[in-house]
Ligand binder design. Structure first.
Ligand code: APR
Length: 267
């Protein structure tokens, strides 16, 4: 079973392999472009870093969300059982922030690549914001859930539904028709990420994997680069090496919004 978990629980240490190489962006070298053939199939994984230039906080960077909150207080089933209002205050604030943010050049570049590749493209995001879809992405999986969707805490059968409401006290939390409370449609630590079979299938048939703006600290997403076959080109884009850097064939250091439009030639 593939529950959401931290690298700390696995205790892994990685180093860059001899075959891996880093390209420095920001004047040191020109932005590289990614050569794609008409038969290439591209699997993209994004994390919080892709929305950083839209003004949304990442989790583990300095000043990130996990500096202000403890995961155990707001992002676990136990936190929900202990204090649902605290959990909803956290996600209500995130609804406010994401509602005010706009897609950036990185979101748009990925939507542009999808237009070029059609069904040879799949974007899997760990992000719960809606900036990818607002930039035009359609072949998109939100493996950690969606911020603007809620569902019944008891899974009574009512499907998850669109919801932009803010719930800031226990009394304010909406109730399902079955009487249970409405919870965020978010995958918390210890829960199963969504659509894992489809993700596995798409990774199996991909020839290129692009990973953007994720620290490689949270599983199972941090393992996708290892699930891809040895002939798959695996490229990481972000301002610093991720924790799973050793598994990539190429690391492009730079901000996603500055690197991706040139890399994907969708300026
Ligand atoms: N462009 C690209 N990457 C960036 C940028 C940027 N402008 N700014 C920061 N980054 C990178 C950081 O270097 C860091 O490696 O984004 C990464 C963000 O890492 P995390 O904060 O750990 O976020 P993420 O990897 O998406 O977290 C995974 O953890 O808390 C859970 O469920 C939550 O989906 C989340 C998961």
């Amino acid at each position: 079973m593939l529950y959401l978990s931290h690298i700390a629980s696995l205790g892994a240490i990685f180093q860059l392999p001899a075959t891996g190489y880093a390209l420095l962006y920001n004047g040191v070298m020109a932005v590289p472009t990614l050569p794609l053939s008409p038969t290439d199939r591209v699997f993209v994984l994004t994390g919080a870093g892709v929305s950083a230039e839209s003004g949304l906080k990442t989790f583990r960077d300095q000043g990130g969300l996990w500096e202000g909150y403890r995961v155990e207080d707001v992002a676990t089933p136990e936190a929900w059982d202990e204090d649902a209002a605290r959990v909803w205050r956290f996600y209500s604030q995130r609804r406010r922030d994401a509602g005010q943010a706009e897609p950036n050049a990185a979101h748009r570049a990925l939507a542009g690549l999808e237009q070029r590749l059609g069904d040879r493209f799949l974007l899997c995001t760990q992000n719960v914001d809606d900036l990818h879809e607002r930039a035009g992405s359609q072949r998109l999986i939100h493996m950690h859930g969606e911020l603007f969707v809620s569902r019944c805490e008891d899974n009574c059968g009512r499907p998850p539904f669109p919801d932009r409401s803010l719930y800031e006290s226990e009394e304010a939390i909406a109730r399902c028709a079955c009487g249970a409370r409405i919870r965020p449609h978010i995958v918390w630590f210890g829960e199963m990420p969504l659509e894992m079979e489809r993700i596995q299938r798409e990774i199996d048939r991909s020839t290129v994997m692009l990973v953007v703006g994720t620290s490689g600290a949270v599983y199972p997403a941090a393992n996708f680069v290892r699930w891809a076959g040895p002939r798959v080109r695996k490229v990481y884009i972000g301002p610093e090496e991720p924790m799973n850097a050793a598994a990539f064939t190429q690391i492009v250091l730079g901000n996603a919004g500055e690197v991706l439009p040139g890399l994907l030639q969708v300026v």
